[in-house]
Design a protein around this ligand. Sequence first.
Ligand code: MN
Ligand code: MN
Length: 469
Amino acid sequence: MKEQENSRGEQLRKALSYTKKNGYDRVDRAELEAMDAYCTGYKQFLDAGKTERECVDRTIALAEAAGFRAYQRGMALKPGDKVYRANRGKAVMLAVLGRRGLDQGVNIAAAHIDSPRLDLKQNPLYEADELAFLKTHYYGGLRKYQWVTIPLELHGVVALKSGQVVRVSVGNGEGDPLFTVDDLLPHLGAEQSRKPLGEAIPAESLNILVGSRPLADDEGSDRVKLSILELLNRKYGIVEEDFISAELSAVPAFRASDVGFDRSLIGAYGHDDRVCAYASLAAILQLNDPERTAVCMLADKEEIGSEGVTGMKSAAFDTFMEDLCQSQNVPLRACYERSFCLSADVTAAYDPNFAEVYEKRNSALVNCGMGLCKYTGARGKSGASDASAELVAYVRGVLDRADVVWQMAELGKVDAGGGGTVAMFMAERNIDTLDAGVPVLSMHSPFETVGKLDCYMTFKGVKAIYEAK
Ligand code: MN
Ligand code: MN
Protein backbone atom coordinates (compact mmCIF):
# COMPACT_ATOMS: atom_id res chain seq x y z
CA MET A 1 0.00 0.00 0.00
CA LYS A 2 2.73 2.42 1.02
CA GLU A 3 4.67 1.69 -2.15
CA GLN A 4 1.66 2.38 -4.36
CA GLU A 5 1.09 5.76 -2.74
CA ASN A 6 4.67 6.73 -3.40
CA SER A 7 4.44 5.82 -7.01
CA ARG A 8 1.17 7.76 -7.39
CA GLY A 9 2.84 10.77 -5.81
CA GLU A 10 5.74 10.41 -8.16
CA GLN A 11 3.44 10.22 -11.14
CA LEU A 12 1.62 13.35 -10.07
CA ARG A 13 4.87 15.12 -9.38
CA LYS A 14 6.10 14.31 -12.85
CA ALA A 15 2.86 15.24 -14.53
CA LEU A 16 1.98 18.39 -12.60
CA SER A 17 5.01 19.97 -10.92
CA TYR A 18 7.53 22.31 -12.49
CA THR A 19 11.10 21.64 -11.49
CA LYS A 20 14.14 23.33 -12.90
CA LYS A 21 16.88 20.89 -13.96
CA ASN A 22 20.58 21.45 -14.30
CA GLY A 23 21.33 21.63 -18.03
CA TYR A 24 24.23 19.20 -17.70
CA ASP A 25 21.68 16.47 -16.90
CA ARG A 26 19.87 17.19 -20.16
CA VAL A 27 22.61 17.26 -22.82
CA ASP A 28 24.58 14.49 -24.52
CA ARG A 29 28.24 14.23 -25.39
CA ALA A 30 27.79 15.59 -28.93
CA GLU A 31 26.08 18.67 -27.56
CA LEU A 32 28.85 19.23 -25.01
CA GLU A 33 31.38 19.13 -27.84
CA ALA A 34 29.35 21.65 -29.83
CA MET A 35 29.19 23.80 -26.69
CA ASP A 36 32.97 23.80 -26.27
CA ALA A 37 33.57 24.67 -29.92
CA TYR A 38 31.04 27.48 -29.70
CA CYS A 39 32.64 28.88 -26.54
CA THR A 40 36.09 28.88 -28.15
CA GLY A 41 34.71 31.16 -30.88
CA TYR A 42 33.05 33.33 -28.28
CA LYS A 43 36.29 33.82 -26.31
CA GLN A 44 38.04 34.91 -29.53
CA PHE A 45 35.22 37.40 -30.18
CA LEU A 46 35.66 38.82 -26.67
CA ASP A 47 39.41 39.27 -27.02
CA ALA A 48 39.00 40.95 -30.42
CA GLY A 49 36.23 43.30 -29.29
CA LYS A 50 36.70 45.35 -26.16
CA THR A 51 34.72 48.36 -27.38
CA GLU A 52 31.60 48.66 -29.53
CA ARG A 53 33.72 49.87 -32.46
CA GLU A 54 35.96 46.80 -32.29
CA CYS A 55 32.90 44.54 -32.00
CA VAL A 56 31.45 46.11 -35.15
CA ASP A 57 34.72 45.56 -37.04
CA ARG A 58 34.88 41.94 -35.95
CA THR A 59 31.19 41.42 -36.78
CA ILE A 60 31.64 42.78 -40.30
CA ALA A 61 34.70 40.58 -40.88
CA LEU A 62 32.80 37.46 -39.74
CA ALA A 63 29.67 38.46 -41.70
CA GLU A 64 31.55 39.06 -44.95
CA ALA A 65 33.30 35.71 -44.57
CA ALA A 66 29.83 34.15 -44.22
CA GLY A 67 28.55 35.74 -47.44
CA PHE A 68 26.91 38.93 -46.11
CA ARG A 69 27.31 42.12 -48.16
CA ALA A 70 26.90 45.76 -47.22
CA TYR A 71 23.35 46.82 -48.01
CA GLN A 72 22.83 49.98 -50.03
CA ARG A 73 19.41 51.62 -50.24
CA GLY A 74 17.53 50.48 -53.34
CA MET A 75 19.48 47.24 -53.77
CA ALA A 76 17.22 44.45 -55.06
CA LEU A 77 16.75 41.61 -52.59
CA LYS A 78 15.60 38.03 -52.95
CA PRO A 79 14.95 35.29 -50.40
CA GLY A 80 18.17 33.93 -48.93
CA ASP A 81 20.09 37.20 -49.45
CA LYS A 82 22.38 38.15 -46.56
CA VAL A 83 23.02 41.84 -45.90
CA TYR A 84 24.35 44.13 -43.19
CA ARG A 85 24.61 47.82 -42.42
CA ALA A 86 26.88 49.45 -39.86
CA ASN A 87 25.73 52.59 -38.07
CA ARG A 88 28.67 54.99 -37.73
CA GLY A 89 31.02 52.17 -36.86
CA LYS A 90 29.41 51.65 -33.43
CA ALA A 91 26.31 49.57 -34.08
CA VAL A 92 25.52 47.03 -36.79
CA MET A 93 22.43 45.35 -38.24
CA LEU A 94 22.35 42.12 -40.22
CA ALA A 95 19.50 40.46 -42.07
CA VAL A 96 18.85 37.21 -43.90
CA LEU A 97 15.87 37.56 -46.23
CA GLY A 98 13.14 35.01 -45.71
CA ARG A 99 10.98 33.13 -48.19
CA ARG A 100 7.95 35.02 -46.92
CA GLY A 101 7.48 38.72 -47.56
CA LEU A 102 8.32 41.41 -45.03
CA ASP A 103 4.58 42.08 -44.69
CA GLN A 104 4.60 38.86 -42.62
CA GLY A 105 6.99 40.44 -40.11
CA VAL A 106 10.56 39.53 -39.15
CA ASN A 107 12.27 37.68 -36.31
CA ILE A 108 14.69 40.01 -34.52
CA ALA A 109 17.39 39.43 -31.93
CA ALA A 110 18.62 42.69 -30.39
CA ALA A 111 21.71 42.74 -28.17
CA HIS A 112 24.17 45.46 -27.22
CA ILE A 113 27.93 45.65 -27.69
CA ASP A 114 28.83 48.50 -25.34
CA SER A 115 30.00 47.63 -21.81
CA PRO A 116 30.78 49.62 -18.65
CA ARG A 117 34.28 51.16 -18.67
CA LEU A 118 36.34 54.25 -17.87
CA ASP A 119 36.16 56.81 -20.68
CA LEU A 120 38.83 59.50 -20.87
CA LYS A 121 37.65 63.06 -20.39
CA GLN A 122 38.19 65.52 -23.26
CA ASN A 123 41.11 67.23 -21.50
CA PRO A 124 42.53 64.22 -19.71
CA LEU A 125 46.30 64.45 -19.41
CA TYR A 126 47.92 66.07 -16.39
CA GLU A 127 50.99 65.80 -14.22
CA ALA A 128 50.94 65.73 -10.42
CA ASP A 129 54.15 65.53 -8.44
CA GLU A 130 56.07 64.10 -11.39
CA LEU A 131 53.54 61.38 -12.21
CA ALA A 132 51.35 61.60 -15.33
CA PHE A 133 47.65 60.67 -15.21
CA LEU A 134 44.56 60.63 -17.42
CA LYS A 135 41.25 61.91 -16.01
CA THR A 136 38.28 59.60 -16.61
CA HIS A 137 34.50 59.75 -16.63
CA TYR A 138 32.99 56.34 -16.07
CA TYR A 139 30.53 54.95 -18.64
CA GLY A 140 27.62 52.81 -17.48
CA GLY A 141 26.82 51.55 -14.02
CA LEU A 142 29.98 50.38 -12.34
CA ARG A 143 31.14 49.85 -8.79
CA LYS A 144 34.13 52.16 -8.60
CA TYR A 145 36.03 50.17 -6.01
CA GLN A 146 36.33 47.30 -8.50
CA TRP A 147 38.26 49.40 -11.04
CA VAL A 148 41.32 50.31 -8.97
CA THR A 149 44.56 48.28 -8.99
CA ILE A 150 43.59 46.15 -11.97
CA PRO A 151 45.49 46.08 -15.28
CA LEU A 152 43.85 48.31 -17.90
CA GLU A 153 44.14 48.66 -21.67
CA LEU A 154 43.39 51.79 -23.69
CA HIS A 155 41.19 51.49 -26.78
CA GLY A 156 39.52 53.98 -29.07
CA VAL A 157 39.98 56.66 -31.68
CA VAL A 158 41.37 60.15 -32.02
CA ALA A 159 39.56 62.13 -34.72
CA LEU A 160 41.68 64.89 -36.24
CA LYS A 161 40.47 68.15 -37.76
CA SER A 162 41.73 66.91 -41.11
CA GLY A 163 39.08 64.17 -41.06
CA GLN A 164 41.63 61.48 -40.38
CA VAL A 165 40.71 59.06 -37.59
CA VAL A 166 43.60 57.52 -35.67
CA ARG A 167 42.90 54.18 -33.99
CA VAL A 168 44.42 53.50 -30.61
CA SER A 169 44.81 50.09 -28.99
CA VAL A 170 47.40 49.73 -26.24
CA GLY A 171 47.59 46.71 -23.99
CA ASN A 172 46.06 44.11 -26.29
CA GLY A 173 49.23 43.45 -28.28
CA GLU A 174 52.15 41.21 -27.39
CA GLY A 175 54.54 43.07 -25.07
CA ASP A 176 52.30 46.15 -24.80
CA PRO A 177 52.43 48.24 -21.63
CA LEU A 178 49.33 48.35 -19.40
CA PHE A 179 47.77 51.05 -17.25
CA THR A 180 46.19 51.16 -13.81
CA VAL A 181 44.34 53.28 -11.28
CA ASP A 182 46.02 53.23 -7.88
CA ASP A 183 44.48 52.79 -4.45
CA LEU A 184 45.53 53.30 -0.86
CA LEU A 185 47.68 50.79 0.96
CA PRO A 186 45.95 49.13 3.95
CA HIS A 187 48.51 50.72 6.26
CA LEU A 188 47.09 54.16 5.45
CA GLY A 189 43.57 53.12 4.51
CA ALA A 190 41.94 53.16 7.95
CA GLU A 191 39.72 56.16 7.27
CA GLN A 192 38.85 55.07 3.71
CA SER A 193 37.90 51.61 5.01
CA ARG A 194 35.27 53.11 7.29
CA LYS A 195 33.45 54.75 4.35
CA PRO A 196 30.49 53.08 2.63
CA LEU A 197 31.59 51.01 -0.38
CA GLY A 198 29.93 53.43 -2.80
CA GLU A 199 31.81 56.42 -1.39
CA ALA A 200 35.26 55.00 -0.66
CA ILE A 201 36.48 55.56 -4.22
CA PRO A 202 35.19 58.91 -5.55
CA ALA A 203 34.74 59.12 -9.33
CA GLU A 204 37.28 61.93 -9.59
CA SER A 205 39.96 59.71 -8.07
CA LEU A 206 39.69 57.21 -10.95
CA ASN A 207 42.77 58.70 -12.61
CA ILE A 208 44.85 56.42 -14.79
CA LEU A 209 48.59 56.29 -14.20
CA VAL A 210 50.34 56.64 -17.57
CA GLY A 211 53.95 57.62 -16.89
CA SER A 212 56.66 58.84 -14.58
CA ARG A 213 59.79 59.53 -16.60
CA PRO A 214 60.65 63.23 -17.00
CA LEU A 215 61.88 64.79 -20.21
CA ALA A 216 65.68 64.83 -20.08
CA ASP A 217 67.78 68.01 -20.19
CA ASP A 218 64.90 70.36 -19.43
CA GLU A 219 64.33 72.77 -16.56
CA GLY A 220 60.67 73.58 -17.29
CA SER A 221 57.44 72.39 -15.70
CA ASP A 222 55.42 69.24 -16.39
CA ARG A 223 58.39 67.31 -17.77
CA VAL A 224 56.67 63.91 -17.38
CA LYS A 225 53.53 65.06 -19.17
CA LEU A 226 55.61 66.61 -21.94
CA SER A 227 57.53 63.41 -22.39
CA ILE A 228 54.24 61.47 -22.71
CA LEU A 229 52.97 63.99 -25.27
CA GLU A 230 56.16 63.52 -27.26
CA LEU A 231 55.65 59.74 -27.28
CA LEU A 232 52.02 60.11 -28.38
CA ASN A 233 53.00 62.54 -31.08
CA ARG A 234 55.64 60.18 -32.41
CA LYS A 235 53.33 57.15 -32.38
CA TYR A 236 49.98 58.65 -33.40
CA GLY A 237 50.82 62.08 -34.84
CA ILE A 238 48.55 63.78 -32.28
CA VAL A 239 48.94 66.82 -30.00
CA GLU A 240 47.27 67.50 -26.66
CA GLU A 241 44.39 69.45 -28.22
CA ASP A 242 43.40 66.36 -30.24
CA PHE A 243 42.11 64.65 -27.08
CA ILE A 244 39.15 67.05 -27.44
CA SER A 245 37.84 64.99 -30.35
CA ALA A 246 38.90 61.59 -29.10
CA GLU A 247 36.96 58.64 -27.73
CA LEU A 248 39.39 56.67 -25.63
CA SER A 249 38.32 54.07 -23.12
CA ALA A 250 40.20 52.21 -20.43
CA VAL A 251 38.99 48.63 -20.27
CA PRO A 252 40.18 45.68 -18.16
CA ALA A 253 43.23 43.93 -19.61
CA PHE A 254 42.03 40.41 -18.83
CA ARG A 255 41.86 37.80 -21.58
CA ALA A 256 38.69 35.72 -21.75
CA SER A 257 39.58 32.54 -19.85
CA ASP A 258 38.04 29.30 -18.75
CA VAL A 259 37.21 29.43 -15.03
CA GLY A 260 37.14 26.45 -12.67
CA PHE A 261 38.98 23.13 -12.44
CA ASP A 262 36.28 21.71 -14.71
CA ARG A 263 36.49 24.66 -17.15
CA SER A 264 32.71 24.96 -17.06
CA LEU A 265 32.68 28.77 -16.81
CA ILE A 266 34.16 31.69 -18.73
CA GLY A 267 35.58 34.75 -17.01
CA ALA A 268 35.98 37.92 -19.05
CA TYR A 269 35.36 41.62 -19.34
CA GLY A 270 32.18 42.55 -21.23
CA HIS A 271 29.97 39.43 -21.14
CA ASP A 272 27.22 42.03 -20.69
CA ASP A 273 26.21 42.00 -23.42
CA ARG A 274 28.70 40.51 -25.85
CA VAL A 275 27.64 37.06 -24.71
CA CYS A 276 24.19 37.65 -26.20
CA ALA A 277 25.57 39.73 -29.08
CA TYR A 278 27.81 36.84 -30.11
CA ALA A 279 24.94 34.35 -29.74
CA SER A 280 22.74 36.53 -31.97
CA LEU A 281 25.54 36.98 -34.48
CA ALA A 282 26.72 33.36 -34.59
CA ALA A 283 23.13 32.19 -35.09
CA ILE A 284 22.41 34.54 -37.99
CA LEU A 285 25.73 33.68 -39.66
CA GLN A 286 24.58 30.04 -39.82
CA LEU A 287 21.14 30.83 -41.14
CA ASN A 288 20.22 29.73 -44.66
CA ASP A 289 16.95 30.35 -46.43
CA PRO A 290 14.72 31.01 -43.38
CA GLU A 291 10.94 31.12 -43.65
CA ARG A 292 10.71 34.60 -42.10
CA THR A 293 13.34 37.29 -42.47
CA ALA A 294 15.82 37.23 -39.58
CA VAL A 295 17.37 40.44 -38.26
CA CYS A 296 20.28 40.77 -35.84
CA MET A 297 20.67 44.17 -34.18
CA LEU A 298 23.87 44.89 -32.24
CA ALA A 299 23.32 48.23 -30.53
CA ASP A 300 25.54 50.75 -28.78
CA LYS A 301 24.74 52.93 -25.72
CA GLU A 302 22.49 50.45 -23.88
CA GLU A 303 24.50 50.99 -20.72
CA ILE A 304 23.61 54.68 -20.66
CA GLY A 305 19.94 54.33 -21.55
CA SER A 306 20.03 53.45 -25.28
CA GLU A 307 20.38 57.17 -26.05
CA GLY A 308 22.20 58.78 -28.93
CA VAL A 309 22.44 58.20 -32.63
CA THR A 310 23.95 54.72 -32.23
CA GLY A 311 21.64 53.58 -29.40
CA MET A 312 18.47 51.51 -29.74
CA LYS A 313 16.29 54.64 -29.62
CA SER A 314 17.97 55.88 -32.81
CA ALA A 315 16.01 55.83 -36.07
CA ALA A 316 18.98 54.08 -37.69
CA PHE A 317 17.25 50.76 -37.02
CA ASP A 318 13.96 51.97 -38.52
CA THR A 319 15.78 53.37 -41.53
CA PHE A 320 17.48 50.03 -42.20
CA MET A 321 14.18 48.16 -41.78
CA GLU A 322 12.33 50.69 -43.94
CA ASP A 323 14.89 50.31 -46.70
CA LEU A 324 14.40 46.54 -46.63
CA CYS A 325 10.62 46.98 -46.60
CA GLN A 326 10.67 49.43 -49.49
CA SER A 327 12.38 46.85 -51.67
CA GLN A 328 9.13 44.85 -51.32
CA ASN A 329 6.75 47.84 -51.23
CA VAL A 330 5.74 46.97 -47.65
CA PRO A 331 4.94 49.75 -45.15
CA LEU A 332 7.38 49.60 -42.23
CA ARG A 333 4.54 49.70 -39.71
CA ALA A 334 2.88 46.67 -41.29
CA CYS A 335 6.16 44.78 -40.95
CA TYR A 336 6.68 45.83 -37.32
CA GLU A 337 3.22 44.86 -36.10
CA ARG A 338 3.78 41.25 -37.19
CA SER A 339 7.40 41.03 -36.02
CA PHE A 340 8.90 39.44 -32.96
CA CYS A 341 11.98 40.63 -31.07
CA LEU A 342 14.07 38.75 -28.59
CA SER A 343 15.76 41.44 -26.50
CA ALA A 344 18.91 39.41 -25.98
CA ASP A 345 20.56 40.76 -22.85
CA VAL A 346 22.13 39.21 -19.79
CA THR A 347 20.37 38.67 -16.50
CA ALA A 348 21.73 38.29 -12.97
CA ALA A 349 22.65 34.74 -12.02
CA TYR A 350 21.69 33.64 -8.52
CA ASP A 351 24.81 33.93 -6.35
CA PRO A 352 24.80 31.84 -3.14
CA ASN A 353 27.41 34.21 -1.69
CA PHE A 354 24.88 37.03 -1.80
CA ALA A 355 21.67 35.04 -1.40
CA GLU A 356 20.00 37.88 0.53
CA VAL A 357 19.38 40.00 -2.60
CA TYR A 358 17.84 37.16 -4.65
CA GLU A 359 14.51 35.38 -4.55
CA LYS A 360 15.76 31.96 -5.53
CA ARG A 361 12.48 30.54 -6.83
CA ASN A 362 12.40 33.14 -9.60
CA SER A 363 16.12 33.70 -10.17
CA ALA A 364 18.19 32.36 -13.04
CA LEU A 365 20.68 29.70 -11.95
CA VAL A 366 24.03 29.07 -13.62
CA ASN A 367 23.80 26.03 -15.95
CA CYS A 368 20.00 26.04 -16.12
CA GLY A 369 20.07 27.62 -19.56
CA MET A 370 18.94 30.78 -21.29
CA GLY A 371 17.02 33.03 -18.89
CA LEU A 372 13.71 34.48 -20.09
CA CYS A 373 12.53 37.68 -18.40
CA LYS A 374 8.87 38.51 -18.78
CA TYR A 375 9.65 41.90 -17.30
CA THR A 376 12.69 43.83 -16.12
CA GLY A 377 12.57 47.29 -14.53
CA ALA A 378 12.63 48.44 -10.91
CA ARG A 379 10.11 48.71 -8.06
CA GLY A 380 6.61 48.10 -9.48
CA LYS A 381 8.03 46.96 -12.87
CA SER A 382 8.86 50.60 -13.69
CA GLY A 383 10.67 50.78 -17.02
CA ALA A 384 9.68 47.27 -18.08
CA SER A 385 7.98 46.39 -21.34
CA ASP A 386 6.34 43.38 -19.58
CA ALA A 387 5.71 40.87 -22.35
CA SER A 388 2.26 39.31 -22.59
CA ALA A 389 1.41 35.81 -21.38
CA GLU A 390 0.69 34.87 -25.01
CA LEU A 391 4.16 35.97 -26.07
CA VAL A 392 5.88 34.03 -23.29
CA ALA A 393 3.84 30.98 -24.30
CA TYR A 394 4.93 31.42 -27.91
CA VAL A 395 8.61 31.53 -26.92
CA ARG A 396 8.28 28.54 -24.57
CA GLY A 397 6.91 26.55 -27.48
CA VAL A 398 9.65 27.61 -29.90
CA LEU A 399 12.43 26.81 -27.41
CA ASP A 400 11.00 23.48 -26.30
CA ARG A 401 10.56 22.29 -29.89
CA ALA A 402 14.24 23.13 -30.51
CA ASP A 403 15.44 21.34 -27.33
CA VAL A 404 16.82 24.51 -25.80
CA VAL A 405 17.54 24.45 -22.05
CA TRP A 406 15.92 27.60 -20.66
CA GLN A 407 14.57 28.99 -17.41
CA MET A 408 12.65 31.98 -16.17
CA ALA A 409 14.65 34.82 -14.64
CA GLU A 410 14.00 37.87 -12.52
CA LEU A 411 16.69 40.33 -11.52
CA GLY A 412 16.90 39.86 -7.76
CA LYS A 413 14.33 40.45 -5.05
CA VAL A 414 11.49 42.91 -5.60
CA ASP A 415 12.68 46.35 -4.43
CA ALA A 416 16.30 45.16 -4.11
CA GLY A 417 17.23 47.16 -7.21
CA GLY A 418 16.50 46.63 -10.87
CA GLY A 419 17.62 47.27 -14.41
CA GLY A 420 16.49 47.70 -17.98
CA THR A 421 17.31 46.58 -21.50
CA VAL A 422 16.46 47.62 -25.05
CA ALA A 423 13.16 45.69 -24.83
CA MET A 424 10.98 48.72 -24.16
CA PHE A 425 12.40 50.60 -27.14
CA MET A 426 11.52 47.69 -29.42
CA ALA A 427 8.08 47.37 -27.87
CA GLU A 428 7.51 51.11 -28.45
CA ARG A 429 7.90 50.37 -32.15
CA ASN A 430 4.88 48.06 -31.92
CA ILE A 431 7.10 44.97 -32.03
CA ASP A 432 6.24 42.09 -29.67
CA THR A 433 9.34 41.79 -27.47
CA LEU A 434 10.60 39.43 -24.80
CA ASP A 435 13.83 39.68 -22.81
CA ALA A 436 16.12 36.67 -22.75
CA GLY A 437 19.79 36.07 -22.15
CA VAL A 438 22.66 34.51 -20.28
CA PRO A 439 22.75 34.62 -16.46
CA VAL A 440 25.92 36.41 -15.29
CA LEU A 441 27.80 36.40 -11.97
CA SER A 442 29.51 39.67 -10.94
CA MET A 443 27.70 41.59 -13.68
CA HIS A 444 29.25 44.98 -14.63
CA SER A 445 32.50 44.07 -12.88
CA PRO A 446 35.85 44.06 -14.72
CA PHE A 447 35.78 40.23 -14.76
CA GLU A 448 32.29 38.80 -15.17
CA THR A 449 31.53 35.08 -15.11
CA VAL A 450 29.09 33.00 -17.15
CA GLY A 451 28.41 29.28 -17.55
CA LYS A 452 29.41 27.75 -20.90
CA LEU A 453 26.20 25.75 -21.06
CA ASP A 454 24.11 28.93 -20.74
CA CYS A 455 26.15 30.65 -23.49
CA TYR A 456 25.55 27.76 -25.86
CA MET A 457 21.85 27.43 -24.99
CA THR A 458 21.35 31.13 -25.64
CA PHE A 459 22.89 30.66 -29.08
CA LYS A 460 20.56 27.70 -29.70
CA GLY A 461 17.61 29.70 -28.42
CA VAL A 462 18.29 32.69 -30.67
CA LYS A 463 18.73 30.37 -33.65
CA ALA A 464 15.36 28.76 -32.92
CA ILE A 465 13.77 32.21 -32.78
CA TYR A 466 15.30 33.20 -36.14
CA GLU A 467 14.04 29.97 -37.67
CA ALA A 468 10.54 30.23 -36.17
CA LYS A 469 7.73 30.34 -38.72
MN1 MN B 1 23.08 44.42 -20.82
MN1 MN C 1 24.53 46.18 -18.38
